[in-house]
Design a protein around this ligand. Structure first.
Ligand SMILES: *[C@@H]1O[C@H](CO)[C@@H](O)[C@H](O)[C@H]1NC(C)=O
Ligand SMILES: *[C@@H]1O[C@H](CO)[C@@H](O)[C@H](O)[C@H]1NC(C)=O
Length: 284
């Protein structure tokens, strides 16, 4: 019934609004042009759709609004999983499988329903409760379902794209996804704990397929924030080392080439020869 209502609503709205429009919009259908940007290190409040364990349907409140709740609590922090804005980091989050969470994971792993969460565009408190715009973040856990237990891959890459210009007024989210990316699954029964290995990466260098400037009335530059075709996932430390090596080697080549050239020229001219030998004696 609920799904049918949503479907007919979507058909009507798409037939009225043709063409393209900004994504995401707030609950009023407006572009979230003014929002409170995040500061580096701010806690990002993440909430997730509450689902019925029987069929995975959304839970609704009395006003037929979808009920959201926090991500399961991590034992390490005593708080639900969350992220720090702009900070790429690795951490562990140990969750405990209550009867309810176990049955929800059966649905997630079987891909009956997505583990859907969302990130608010704005850092102001209660922004989403007031109908603010958000970016979806789906946790794509994988594994296998067995009669007596679940096998779950507990590794999680969390990729979060932010505007690439590093303008602090535009500190928000463009897209996000989380997915298991390991080779081992852990056997889980009701009551067990599972330590998730979480690797959060903020993608802040994805160039947008437009001029990259933010037109008035838009929250950030429009376009497709896509991976370059020769994308190499490399840590900042190793790229710094590579860059240093490249600069060093180029320097040596340039020095060698110039030295040869200069020596030849200087040998030809008596006037400079003494300067030459003096200069290089000093260097020794
Ligand atoms: C996560 O837990 C494992 C096992 O206890 C440990 O070896 C690892 O260092 C932890 N990782 C982080 C990022 O704390
Ligand atoms: C993953 O499974 C392999 C094969 O069973 C095992 O050798 C390895 O130690 C496991 N790795 C981890 C991190 O548990």
């Amino acid at each position: 019934m609920k799904l049918f209502n949503i479907a007919s609503f979507l058909t009507i709205s798409t037939s009225i609004v043709a063409g393209t429009q900004w994504y995401p919009l707030d609950i009023k259908g407006e572009i979230p042009a003014t929002f409170t940007p995040y500061k580096r290190g701010d806690n990002v409040y993440l909430d997730c759709i509450s689902r019925n364990i029987d069929n995975g349907e959304h839970k609704f409140d009395e006003q037929d609004k979808i009920i959201y709740g926090p991500f399961p609590t991590c034992k390490e922090t005593g708080k639900p999983l969350n992220f720090k804005y702009g900070i790429s980091e690795d951490f562990n989050c140990t969750i405990t499988f209550s009867d309810e969470l176990y049955h929800l994971f059966q649905l997630y792993i079987h891909e009956d329903v997505p583990f859907s969460c969302r990130l608010p565009i704005s850092s102001e408190s209660h922004y989403l409760e007031q109908g603010g715009a958000y970016i979806p973040l789906t946790f794509n856990f994988r594994g296998e379902i067995h009669d007596s237990h679940l096998d779950i891959d507990p590794t999680l890459n969390v990729l979060i794209t932010k505007p690439a210009n590093n303008n602090e007024d535009e500190n928000t989210f463009i897209s996000a996804v989380a997915y298991s990316s390991g080779t081992n699954a852990t056997r889980i029964v009701i009551g067990d704990s599972l330590t998730l290995s979480v690797a959060v990466r903020f993608l802040d260098q994805l160039k947008v397929t437009s001029s990259g400037t933010t037109p008035a009335g838009l929250p950030y530059a429009e376009g497709f924030y896509k991976f370059p075709i020769n994308f190499t996932p490399i840590s900042p430390t190793s790229s710094a080392i590579l860059l240093f090596m490249a600069v060093l080697i180029t320097g040596i080549i340039v020095f060698a080439a110039t030295y040869n050239y200069l020596s030849k020229r200087l040998i030809k001219s008596h006037k400079y020869k003494s300067v030459d030998s003096e200069a290089f004696t000093k260097m020794d």
